[in-house]
Write a protein that binds this ligand. Structure first.
Ligand code: URA
Length: 241
């Protein structure tokens, strides 16, 4: 009898392991077949396959339940801006105002970020797309946990692939570390141009960090000038770090 119970426990354990492993791989598979093709209506409105896939991906993000953050969010925040942007800006995760509105960078830090972009003739209305590493607000604005970032990352990877930005600007330590694959602090990471799958990537400080510490402003300006040089094609692939 005791043996039978042990054997049953062993089978339960195997099943739990299988469920766990399937769960782990699910987020990686999900976004890549997000909605697939454009519908007939989309074709008749001149919407490309990439644009259709992006909007299907956004719908998926809005109802996502891949991590714990889904339980405490008000709205998921897929990101916003133009298609085929010059620059994709990537932050960390939504704060209170972003959670309330479902839009990225709309609080104080966001208004400051808009000023940075405007200084080099960029904006979310005209030529940028703004997104985040995690699409749902971490409670109390804590850092996203590694398992939350990795559950959400495939959405961002797919967004970059579909949007095809000319350059990427990561703001803050978290998005800069994740997309450069380096664990160095933002003070060490910034000041160089990295290569993200062939797309030039410029890391800089997070606008909320610069609001707290205005002595960082000259560094941000240096980084924005690097970004501008990429857009003006003064930087070639061989200049990437
Ligand atoms: N901070 C971020 O990193 N992202 C937002 O969307 C808002 C604030």
């Amino acid at each position: 009898m005791e043996k039978e119970i042990l054997f049953k426990d062993f089978l339960d354990l195997l099943e739990m392991t299988e469920v766990y492993l399937k769960g782990c791989f699910k987020p990686l598979e999900k976004p890549s077949d997000a909605g697939g093709k454009e519908t007939e209506g989309e074709i008749s409105r001149g919407i490309s396959r990439r644009e259709a896939e992006l909007s299907h991906l956004e719908e998926e993000i809005r109802v996502c339940k891949l991590c714990e953050l889904a339980r405490t969010r008000t709205n998921a925040v897929p990101g916003e801006g133009v298609f085929d942007p010059l620059v994709m800006v990537i932050g960390e995760g939504p704060g209170a105002e972003e959670d309330a509105t479902g839009r990225p960078f709309v609080g104080r830090a966001g208004r400051y970020l808009d000023k940075w972009l405007d200084a080099i003739d960029l904006s979310r209305e005209k030529n940028c797309f703004i997104g985040n590493i995690v699409k749902c607000r971490p409670p109390g604005n804590r850092d996203p946990k590694p398992e939350e970032s990795s559950a959400c990352l495939p959405y961002l990877v797919k967004q970059i692939e579909l949007l095809k930005p000319k350059a990427i600007l990561t703001v803050g330590r978290i998005s800069s570390q994740i997309l450069t694959g380096s664990m160095q602090g933002i003070g060490k990471l910034r000041g160089r141009i990295y290569n993200y799958n062939g797309v030039p990537l410029v890391p800089t400080y997070h606008p909320s960090g610069v609001l707290r510490n205005p002595s960082l402003r000259p560094y941000v300006w240096e980084d924005l000038k690097l970004l501008k040089a990429i857009l003006e094609e003064k930087i070639t692939k061989k200049d990437l770090y």
